[in-house]
Write a protein of this length. Sequence first.
Length: 120
Amino acid sequence: MKETTLVLGASIKPERYSNIAINRLRDKGYQVKAFGLKRGSVGDVTIDTELISYKDIDTVTLYLNPNRQKSYYDYIISLNPKRVIFNPGTENPEFYKLLEENAIETEVACTLVLLTTNQY
């Protein structure tokens, strides 16, 4: 099984990009954890509504606007992922700096494009 990705800002709505990303990540064999405001599931992935201290997160992919990200800075840093992907609309230079200070790679890209082009 491939590395584990945390989708932050997950939605049960099938038209949302976070939902599509969960499905595509699973289709490509990635382990997926998901956090959102509403509990539910996307395929075989449960969307948690409480922050869990995962020990094995390789990538966090963000689907939260920069203002909403602020309350998750410490949580994301505490997970010590290798990288955080800032999807379109989530770009946040303030957070890039904090992540860099904690030796966490930032990538401004679209998770769906990365998966489609085998660059994930």
